[in-house]
Design a protein around this ligand. Structure first.
Ligand code: GCU
Length: 651
């Protein structure tokens, strides 16, 4: 496909399907997509679409019933034929991709009837894409894969084939919604809501055939900046009417429009606080406008004081989302979804699960993760995030037999890691993050390593075992390796300010962003206990409030998130904090070097361009890992004066 990497849908992955006799029963736009997929595969591999039996594969919708968006499907193989039965067009499409995932297995032996049903209603990618290049953030905010897939030079791109190919990849991992612009809505992007909705509609038309709904980030100040009103006060009738008219216009252009994403009163964006109103007032205003059309507002909980005085030890950014939103539980409209970052801070390599996710029994919620690797190596480092996301989704906020985060969430959202790079994600192995997100969103309790197997099987359909083993060796532990050479024991933000790449231990220490580690000559970490600290630990229900409150029971990997301890403090692992810092930095670099060596041994087992791209990036990863190791070790040696027990080189 014109030099664009096929991702996890290389033609070869369709060979088992394309060599068969396939009967397709049903009609509708998504069935047409299924038919096109099957006919392309058959043209390539010698099979055919038949009008009646005998057949090897039946893809069917229920006879004569109106077909909606239903996503459930069943797969079974009996009497020498494989049958996919779906309740709606999306289900049929997902069933087709399940057959592709199964490969030959779909057509051999018996397959007991298996029902596939997504656990979440909406599985969305938020693109932080700007229409016009932003002077500081560029075209894609925190984007590491080239420019935007949707926008270029101030308008919608005309590269529609690319958008269609993207939609196809997303459908094949179960994603059903895309938000096409940045949550920071600047002046030009604000206009997408009204005058420029036609451009959004053109993108929506390319996403629709693959069952993907389009969402839009909007500014809360739209009635003022677009409508010329003097206020955006959510309780003013004129404001309500303005939104009703705007939403009407959106649905005229895009009848299946999904809804809005809103970042309000956050990092300088406008919001209801300006008018003395609550976030529930704000969210409900937009929810009310969208409700007649079945749309949803995703209201982000990322609200904190970004102009904090670092001298002020009473304010704790980690507390902010809970303090703002937990008291509002039950006040949000049914079609308002509170979109909560998975951790209380900001997508650091290690954070506890946000206590907000345990505090919303009467509010629909979405968990937001970051596929774009802002703080996890910026798609120059291999960092497969499946295990991290899985830990979050399996966390039980009430402990014991309570529900997991994955069971309680209505929606799962990832900040997209895709751009117009030929490999889609810049680093070719970052594709695994996108695929894994989609599959975990479908089934939050899925084993991430099995998902990785799927990705490998699809992406490299004729991979020898050696390649699959090598990919696992490089990817499986990559998040923990990254954690080892970067910020230790749950402390975060030791990054270069602004762009957030590479180490700078004190880069954010005296900043207004609320991101401190408080290292001094005696110790390091943030006291977030109820007894002597900021009280953040008490935002959790039992047992977590107690687990985190006590130094003795707090998990090592989160120790410095919750406690300020001396360098000589002995971890549960038996090591002192300072020795742990030294050891993990050295290990992390060794693991990165080892991954680079394994990768070098995989040359010749895949397309040369893909191998070379990753090999080049490994040079940068190893260089950067050494920089992290040496800066952090030197910093902590100089602060603490405690030598490394093994006498290794520290500067
Ligand atoms: C981070 C990121 C910003 C982004 C923000 C958000 O702070 O650095 O670029 O705008 O998150 O999630 O809104």
């Amino acid at each position: 496909m014109n030099g664009i990497d096929p991702g996890w849908l290389p033609p070869e992955a369709f060979r088992p399907l394309g060599a068969r006799r396939v009967l397709i029963a049903g009609s509708g736009p998504l069935v047409d997509t299924v038919r096109r997929e099957v006919s392309d595969a058959c043209a390539r591999f010698g099979g055919e679409i038949v009008r009646d039996g005998p057949y090897d594969l039946l893809l069917r919708l229920p006879d004569g019933e109106p077909v909606g968006d239903e996503e459930e499907f069943t797969v079974a193989r009996e009497g020498g034929a494989t049958t996919v039965t779906a309740l709606g067009g999306r289900g049929l499409l997902y069933g087709l991709f399940q057959v592709v995932r199964l490969g030959e297995e779909a057509f051999s032996g018996a397959l007991p009837r298996e029902v596939h049903r997504p656990a979440t209603a909406l599985r969305m990618l938020d693109h932080w894409d700007n229409v016009a290049v932003h002077p500081v953030m560029g075209q894609v905010e925190r984007g590491y894969a080239g420019g935007s897939l949707f926008w270029r030079d101030g308008r919608a791109r005309e590269d529609f084939a690319r958008i269609r190919a993207y939609a196809r990849l997303l459908a094949a991992c179960g994603i059903n919604a895309v938000c096409v612009n940045n949550v920071n809505v600047h002046a030009v992007e604000a206009e997408l809501l009204t005058d420029r909705i036609g451009e959004v509609a053109a993108i929506a038309a390319e996403l629709r055939p693959y069952g993907i709904r389009t969402h839009l980030s909007v500014t809360f100040a739209a009635p003022v900046v677009l409508g010329g009103l003097s206020t955006a006060d959510p309780l003013q009738e004129a404001v309500r009417q303005w939104w009703a008219r705007a939403v009407h216009g959106v649905y005229e252009a895009i009848p299946d429009f999904g809804g809005f994403v809103v970042k309000a009163d956050s990092e300088g964006r406008p919001g209801p606080f300006t008018y003395g109103r609550s976030h529930a007032d704000g969210a409900n205003l937009l929810a009310g406008a969208l409700a007649p059309y079945g749309g949803t507002v995703h209201w982000r909980a990322f609200v904190y004081d970004h102009r904090q005085d670092w001298r002020d030890r009473t304010t704790d950014r980690a507390r902010a989302a809970y303090d703002h939103f937990a008291p509002l539980d039950g006040e949000f409209a049914g079609n308002a979804v509170l979109q909560v970052k998975h951790g209380p801070m900001d997508f650091q390599v290690r954070e506890p699960v946000s206590p907000v996710l345990g505090a919303l029994s009467r509010t629909r919620s979405a968990v937001e993760v970051q596929a774009t690797q802002e703080y996890t190596g910026q798609q120059r480092h291999v960092c497969w995030l499946g295990p991290m996301w899985s830990e979050v989704l399996r966390f039980r906020p009430e402990g014991g037999a309570g529900p997991t985060v994955g069971e309680s969430a209505r929606d799962l959202v990832a900040v997209s890691n895709v751009g117009d790079d030929p490999f889609w994600t810049g680093h070719p192995l970052a594709q695994a993050n996108l695929y894994t997100f989609g599959r975990l969103a479908w089934r939050p309790d899925a084993d991430p390593y099995r998902v990785l197997d799927e990705w490998i099987g699809l992406t490299f359909p004729s991979a020898p075992e050696r390649l699959a083993d090598g990919l696992h060796a490089v990817l499986d532990g990559s998040w923990r390796t990254y954690e080892k050479y970067t910020a230790p024991l749950g402390v975060g933000f030791m990054v270069q300010p602004g762009h957030h790449y590479g180490p700078s231990v004190d880069g954010y220490e005296y900043s207004p962003w609320g991101t401190y580690h408080f290292a001094d000559r005696d110790g390091v970490g943030v006291d977030r206990t109820a007894a002597t600290g900021t009280g953040y630990a008490a935002q959790y229900a039992k047992p977590w409030a107690e687990v985190y409150e006590s130094v003795a029971s707090c998990p090592d990997e989160l120790l410095l998130f919750f406690h300020h301890v001396p360098y000589g403090h002995v971890l549960r692992s038996g090591k002192t904090v300072i020795q742990h810092i030294y050891d993990t930095r050295f290990e992390g670099v060794e693991e990165a070097e080892e991954a680079r060596r394994v990768w070098a041994g995989l040359a010749g087992l895949m397309a040369p361009a893909r191998h070379e791209r990753v090999a080049e990036l490994f040079e940068e990863q190893v260089r950067s890992a050494r920089e992290w190791r040496d800066q952090l070790n030197s910093y902590f040696l100089r602060k603490s004066g405690v030598p490394d027990a093994h006498g290794r080189t520290i500067y």
